[in-house]
Design a protein around this ligand. Structure first.
Ligand SMILES: *Cc1c(COP(=O)(O)O)cnc(C)c1O
Length: 226
């Protein structure tokens, strides 16, 4: 039997609501970011018609094409992929959120290039929480210094931190990495901090148990990527 995209989206929303309930958190407090990288504008429209408004993209060129196709939809765009310094100008002009800031040089460019006519760019600092193979993310022990420098940049609004922990199985193992992230953010003194961007298709329950405020879900909504 074919399960429609709207049904899969609904199932993810149900998973989120039960994870919130299990954690004793307010129903609806965790925001669902639909990760649409490699997926068509048509698939995104199906999710949109089912009520989804926040979408996450990892590849700039692909995202810009879909933004043109979807210009008349009321979508909030989040950039979640690796950032090359020659792409920052396009990123600041086409996204409301950037989750993957992991170098001060990139943060400074985003700050300089954000138009004074736009609201400050919402950003999360990407943390390399489990020493994953991918080189993205600052080590957790460098977070305080990095956050201090970024918090000085006026065109950026430092909302929180993001991470992609190494894939593990077992709720408790998954929780350990998310707990480390939560505790790292709790050490920071900035009053703009309200976002823990953590949890994907395979571990959203553990992330919600540790205080995630945004989960980034691709596969469970749109199906696997080739
Ligand atoms: C691809 C991606 C996701 C979504 O992962 P799924 O396992 O498909 O849910 C989330 N966050 C980031 C940063 C990604 O690149």
């Amino acid at each position: 039997m074919m399960v429609s995209l709207a049904e899969r989206l609904h199932e993810v929303e149900q998973r989120l609501r039960s994870a919130e309930r299990a954690a004793g958190r307010v129903s609806g407090c965790v925001k669902l970011l639909a990760v649409s990288k490699t997926k068509s504008a048509e698939a995104m429209i199906l999710a949109y018609r089912a009520g989804q408004r926040h979408f996450g993209e990892s590849y700039l060129q692909e995202a810009l094409v879909k933004q043109r196709q979807l210009a008349h939809f009321n979508i909030t765009w989040h950039f979640i992929g690796p950032i090359q310094s020659n792409k920052t100008r396009s990123i600041v002009n086409h996204f409301s959120w950037v989750h993957s800031v992991d170098r001060l040089k990139i943060a400074r460019r985003l700050d300089e290039q954000r138009s004074p006519d736009s609201a400050p760019l919402n950003i999360c600092l990407q943390i390399n929480v489990s020493g994953e193979m991918s080189k993205s993310g600052v080590p957790i022990d460098e977070l305080p210094e990095f956050a201090a420098a970024v918090s000085e940049l006026p065109r950026l609004r430092l909302r929180g931190i993001m991470a992609i922990p190494a894939q593990t199985t077992g709720f408790d193992n998954q929780r350990a990495a998310f707990r480390a992230l939560r505790m790292a953010m709790e050490q920071l003194p900035y009053k703009t901090l309200d976002t823990l961007s953590m949890g994907m298709s395979n571990d959203l329950e553990a992330a919600v148990a540790e205080g995630a405020t945004i989960v980034r879900i691709g596969t469970a909504i749109f199906g696997s990527r080739r």
